[in-house]
Design a protein around this ligand. Structure first.
Ligand code: AKG
Length: 280
């Protein structure tokens, strides 16, 4: 059976920037994804992010691991995201960008900083999408949170992801983008300060979000001690390259992933490179 989004899911993606795709993957697809997730955790790549080690936000994060690229390129061909993103974006073509993994364990890792992926990746255009795949059932309080409609709003500075006491500590800090608001602090004073989307999840469900949408949260605690998440990122016809600021040497202009390939692109160029596999 071909899996594709309904009209209301397409509207939700375009208007809200995210929706829950229930029963998106089969048992086999989920188990194939989990195999690669576990392999990836056991074989960290050069972008394995360690700044949160030993802190209250302890999380194993790894991004676009070249060691598992072949495995992931093969895996995504067996998943339904080509058709799904074609329909969500109205794009003829869909390319696979790369994965990111997040592992929170032992029931004691707090809320991940709110951020937009487009603060640290050199992306512009509407045709971008993340599939957030989690291998444990998650109650809403431990699930990813997204600010409704924020993919069409302000582009904020990124979070450094390195200061557990200040999730708004900027990635760039040079004034190119406004500093992130302290969303958790504002929500603790007024639960209606932001329109927050999140859902109870079972394995096989996938949260589909636009990477420019503000997202964060998803802590683990005693009742929900483990969260293993595989994020797969995709782009389509209108995706373009956007030069990032240069104030942070580790991310200057090209971002921190696929730097050599990004070096070949100029502001506004279609986001294309032979390194990214076309899946639809
Ligand atoms: O799972 C998380 O903790 C964060 C997810 C995320 O940042 C993403 O999907 O881009």
């Amino acid at each position: 059976m071909e899996i594709k989004p309904t009209k209301s899911q397409i509207d939700a993606f375009r208007n809200d920037g995210a929706f829950l795709f229930e029963n998106c993957l089969t048992e086999k697809q989920i188990s194939d994804c989990y195999e690669i997730f576990k392999w990836n955790m056991a074989h960290p790549g050069p972008s394995n992010f360690r700044a949160l080690d030993g802190t209250k936000l302890q999380t194993h994060i790894d991004n676009a691991n070249p060691l598992s690229k072949d495995k992931l390129d093969n895996l995504v061909k067996t998943l339904p995201f080509g058709k799904i993103f074609q329909e969500l974006w109205g794009s003829e073509n869909v390319w696979y960008f790369a994965e990111e993994i997040f592992a929170k364990e032992n029931g004691n890792s707090g809320r991940g900083p709110w951020h937009q992926d487009t603060a640290n990746l050199p992306w512009a255009g509407k045709h971008w999408g993340n599939a957030w795949i989690t291998f444990q059932s998650l109650p809403k309080k431990n699930s990813l949170e997204i600010i409704r409609g924020s993919h069409n709003g302000i582009q904020y500075d990124g979070s450094s992801f390195s200061n557990p006491d200040d999730p708004t500590e900027p990635l760039w800090g040079d004034g190119t983008y406004p500093r992130l608001p302290h969303i958790d602090e504002e929500l603790s004073k007024d639960p209606n300060a932001y329109d927050v989307l999140s859902w109870d999840l079972k394995p096989r469900d996938v949260v589909i979000l636009h990477p420019r949408a503000l997202h964060g949260g998803a802590p683990v605690d005693e009742q929900c001690p483990t969260r293993h998440t595989l994020v797969l990122r995709f782009f389509g016809d209108d995706a373009t390259f956007r030069c990032l600021p240069t104030s942070n040497p580790s991310h200057a202009r090209n971002g921190f992933l696929f730097r050599e390939e990004m070096e070949k692109l100029n502001e506004g160029d279609l986001f294309r490179s032979p390194i990214f596999q076309k899946i639809a």
